[in-house]
Write a protein that binds this ligand. Structure first.
Ligand code: BG6
Length: 370
């Protein structure tokens, strides 16, 4: 069933473009308006939503963090992201106008299920973003937006992540549409940009393999890795760190680049690998410049830097030791491409170390205990 691929993980990373494309399929009409009739929440109910709380665990929680940046920008309502296991123990503020979004690939994660039960008991609506038809989480939710990544077998989540992020964008655009917080043209524009993402992911898969493998070989004996990113690059850094930890058993820490000077820089020593998600250089906005100066700071302390950057970014080329390139795209959508080289990097590291990338030690694909 691996279809000729050496591992399920390899196969599934190569299905990232299809996971995005298939999740978009049938979710808009010929005019370019978002159609989510299948979720079964009345547009009026959506219109009244004044807060979103995402509950999820692991990779799904990082998809939720990407959703926060996009939905707050498009819909102008607060979005909180909470690890599902923390949620119900802290007396969260839930009202009938709160939409709780439970993100889960398997739809069986007990922590997430308990969080959504709590939210419903408190009178909030729950929408599940789930990859598994008919699983417990979608069955117990008021509504469901399925991701169409296809079955994910490898324990470390890859194609499900990009599908979850895509579904979250669709939810955000739909809310913007019913609430009128974006012009229709703007929604159509974002949708067009989203439709272009599968080809951009494919470009990364087609062109970056060699440099990623080279970097993995070079870094094979590293004891720890730091991953840093800013804005939507922050959840990508967290996810890249999680992948490497899960399957290559390397100690990693992912954090927001701005935190560097508030602590993590103390860890940087000669040869310490630091992976940096660099935002678009277009316009050389402050976001880009701040992240680049983060690279300079760690380099000045001897770090070995790997950048994930937009094709042709002269600063990434100049300051980073290795660059994994990705095509230009709007900042809010960039996690869909930025995460891909990090998925491949973690897989290469694990393979080179001789580990079973599909079945990492101590981990289960779906955790059905609290
Ligand atoms: C973990 C899995 O236990 O559960 C992770 O090993 C996953 O890969 C997390 O991200 C959440 O799983 P799910 O199915 O709820 O998305």
């Amino acid at each position: 069933e691996k279809g000729g691929w050496p591992s399920f993980m390899d196969k599934e990373i190569h299905e990232d473009p299809a996971a995005v494309a298939d999740t978009l399929l049938g979710r808009f009409d010929e005019k370019g308006d978002i159609v989510l009739d299948e979720v079964r929440i009345e547009p009026d109910a959506f219109r009244s939503v004044d807060k979103i709380i995402v509950v999820a665990c692991g990779t799904a929680s990082y998809a939720g963090l990407v959703a926060k940046y996009a939905i707050e920008h498009w819909v102008r309502i607060p979005v909180e992201v909470e690890l599902a296991h923390e949620f119900r123990y802290r007396d969260p503020i839930l009202t009938p106008r709160t939409l709780v979004v439970a993100i889960s690939q398997s739809g069986e994660t007990m922590d997430t299920l308990m969080a959504l039960r709590h939210a419903r008991e408190q009178g909030s609506r729950v929408l599940a973003i789930c990859n598994t038809q008919g699983a417990t989480i979608p069955r117990e939710s008021d509504a469901v937006l399925y991701t169409h990544a296809g079955p994910e077998i490898a324990v470390a989540s890859t194609k499900a992540f990009v599908a979850q992020v895509t579904a979250a964008y669709l939810l955000g655009l739909y809310l913007a549409q019913v609430k009128g917080t974006m012009f229709r043209d703007e929604i159509h524009q974002v949708l067009d940009n989203l439709k272009a993402m599968p080809d951009k992911i494919q470009w990364v898969l087609d062109t970056q393999r060699e440099s990623i493998e080279r970097a993995a070989k070079r870094m094979l004996n590293a004891h720890s890795f730091l991953f840093l990113g800013r804005h939507v690059g922050y959840p990508v850094a967290m996810e890249g760190a999680l992948k490497l930890k899960e399957i290559a058993y390397t100690f990693t820490e992912g954090f927001a680049a701005g935190e560097l000077k508030h602590g993590p820089i103390a860890l940087v020593d000669e040869g310490e690998p630091v992976v940096v998600i660099v935002p678009s250089a277009r316009g050389r906005d402050t976001l880009h410049n701040k992240v680049i100066s983060g690279i300079e700071e760690v380099k000045a302390r001897g770090a070995y830097t790997i950048a994930v950057a937009e094709e042709g970014d002269p600063d990434a080329e100049r300051y980073a030791d290795i660059v994994f390139w990705r095509p230009a795209c709007p900042t809010l959508l960039s996690p869909l491409v930025d995460v891909v080289p990090l998925q491949l990097f973690a897989m290469d590291m694990a393979n080179l170390k001789g580990y079973d990338v599909d079945k990492p030690r101590n981990l289960a694909k779906s955790v059905t205990v609290e």
